[in-house]
Every structure is written in C-alpha cells, then in structure tokens.
Design a protein around this ligand. Structure first.
Ligand SMILES: C[S@@+](CC[C@H](N)C(=O)[O-])C[C@H]1O[C@@H](n2cnc3c(N)ncnc32)[C@H](O)[C@@H]1O
Length: 283
C-alpha cells in the first residue's frame, strides 16, 4: 500500500497490519537498527564474522536496509552472516513481485530470488562476503528446541538481533517472557549483542529484564517517539531504564509479562516485582 509520505509498504490482510505504517520500511529500519546499533561502525571494527539474527523476515526491508548501509563501512570488510526467521515466505514473495513500487530491492533481486528457492544464499556485496540463511517455521517452537538445533546447524550466536514481529496484541506468541528468556540463553556472554525493537511497552521491558537482558530507552524512529533496546551488556545501551521507570512500572496496570501466548494486561504480581527490583541494572 501507498503511505501518506508517498513511500510504499507491505500490508498483511490476514493480520490487518501494515509493515512500518508511518514512515515506511527503509526509514524505520535505518533509525531503529542501522543508526541505533551503529552497525556500519561495529562492522568496520569487527575482526571475524558479524552475525545478525533477523526475527520476522517479512518483506526483508530490515535486512536489505542493513546490507545497503554496510556497503561502505571501512577498510576491513568483515563477513556478514544474516540468519532470518519467519513462518511464511508470502510477504517476501509478494514484495519481490512488487519490488519496483517498494523501491528497496535494487541490486538484491537475484539474492532474494535464490533465498526464496534455496533458503540460503551467499554473495559478495561491495567486497564483503554475505551469507544469508532462512529458518522457515514457528520461531517460538524453534527456540524451545534450540540447544540441539544450534549444535546441529552450526549456528553462531548473534551480535545483533532485529526483532520485528507483529504487535503483542495481535501476535502474543512472539512476545512472551519465556520466549525472551530462551533467546537470552542462546546469546554468548562473551559476545556483546543488542536487540532493538519498536515497542516501548512496560510489559515488554519487564519481560526482557526478567529474561536477563539490560534494557534501555531506544531511539525515536519517526514512527514512535521512543522504542526499546535490550542487550547482554550495559555498554551497548546509552539510556538504561532507571529508578523512575522502575517506579512507573510498579504502578502500571500493564506491566506483568505474558507468561503464555495469550494477550492480556495486568499489574505486576508481588513475585515479579521482587525479581524486577533485584535486577543488577537497578542495584
Ligand atoms: C512486521 S512483519 C516483519 C517485517 C519485516 N521485518 C520487514 O522488514 O519487512 C512480522 C513478521 O513476523 C512473522 N511472524 C509472526 N509470527 C511468527 C512466528 N510465530 N514465527 C515466525 N515468524 C512469525 C510474520 O510472518 C511477519 O512476516
């Protein structure tokens, strides 16, 4: 569909959700992921392979924006490995068929065509080796069986996670506390990793904190005045949530994590509050 600012984005009729509904896919991906994660800078200083997990591949706007932004990022061209997750390829097929209107596929048409068929593709992009693979299936299920899957698939822990599921109200299975706890368990403590996402909800932030992440206020995107960034080290967070936020969470009527994939809003239970206030971020 055509957005008010003239750019085009994909709309899912089945989920009644438009991908990146206000500023368009590329502008949002640049603000939320490329600039906030300082991806070109991190890649330029990277010794070995840099690994990005892309949760919710959708129409690939996030990945293609990241690839484009990293084209000119320094002399040492670390290989970039992208691991995408989605349970359907329909948005990508649709987007590929409307690549001209969407406008962000330029130069990557062949890579996308191969990814759609083989679920993996390797190519050179401005001198950088790109390895892009797709895990087609239900992400929460994949995470739950993951330790075995990781070893078998030789899948490296990520340096960055682009987390872009539909909203918690429409897609609760992708926003439960156990999902973030399992995701955190897969990170390598010795590998700094950050996960930005567009939601700033208290429920999400509490879920991430209890999963073990440090959590901060994320950059504005034009779409949202504030987003969220989580990481396994405080060093990747410029504006960590503070005591003021903690007190607001204590009083919020929508702060208790979803423990099951059913959307609801509730205040913190005493048990959750006790865990939350003991998080090292607030000590
Ligand atoms: C907002 S869209 C992603 C947009 C995409 N990042 C882009 O740049 O075009 C959300 C995506 O999450 C995927 N998704 C939703 N629930 C999922 C699940 N349980 N497992 C895997 N993927 C899921 C949807 O199929 C959809 O493509």
């Amino acid at each position: 569909m055509r957005l008010a600012n003239g750019t085009h984005s994909v709309h899912s009729v089945a989920h009644r959700e438009t991908f990146h509904p206000v500023i368009g896919p590329v502008a949002e991906a640049e603000a939320l992921y490329v600039r906030q994660l300082r991806l070109p800078e991190r890649l330029a200083g990277q010794g070995g392979e840099f690994v990005v997990w892309d949760v919710g591949l959708g129409a690939a706007a996030n990945v293609l924006t990241v690839l484009r932004a990293c084209r000119t990022s320094g002399r040492t061209l670390a290989p970039l490995r992208i691991v995408s997750f989605d349970h359907t390829l329909e948005p990508l097929r649709f987007a590929a068929a409307h690549a001209d209107a969407l406008g962000y596929f330029g130069g990557y048409e062949a890579a996308i065509a191969e990814l759609l068929v083989r679920h993996r593709v390797e190519f050179e992009d401005a001198g950088r080796r790109i390895q892009w693979e797709l895990h087609l299936g239900d992400f929460p299920t994949w995470l739950a069986v993951h330790p075995a899957a990781l070893a078998g698939e030789n899948l490296p822990a990520p340096h960055a996670i682009l987390f872009d599921a539909y909203s918690p109200a429409k897609n609760p299975a992708m926003w439960t506390q156990p999902l973030f706890a399992q995701l955190f368990q897969l990170l390598d403590p010795a590998r700094p990793c950050a996960l930005p996402t567009y939601s700033r909800s208290t429920m999400l932030r509490v879920s991430l904190l209890l999963a073990g992440f440090y959590v901060g206020a994320g950059h504005a995107t034009g779409e949202k005045e504030e987003t969220t960034i989580a990481a396994n080290t405080l060093a990747l967070i410029t504006e960590p949530l503070d005591q003021k936020w903690l007190q607001r969470a204590r009083n919020s009527t929508s702060a208790e994590p979803m423990w099951e994939p059913v959307y609801r809003q509730a205040a913190l239970t005493e048990e959750t509050w006790e865990k939350l206030r003991r998080h090292p971020q607030f000590a």
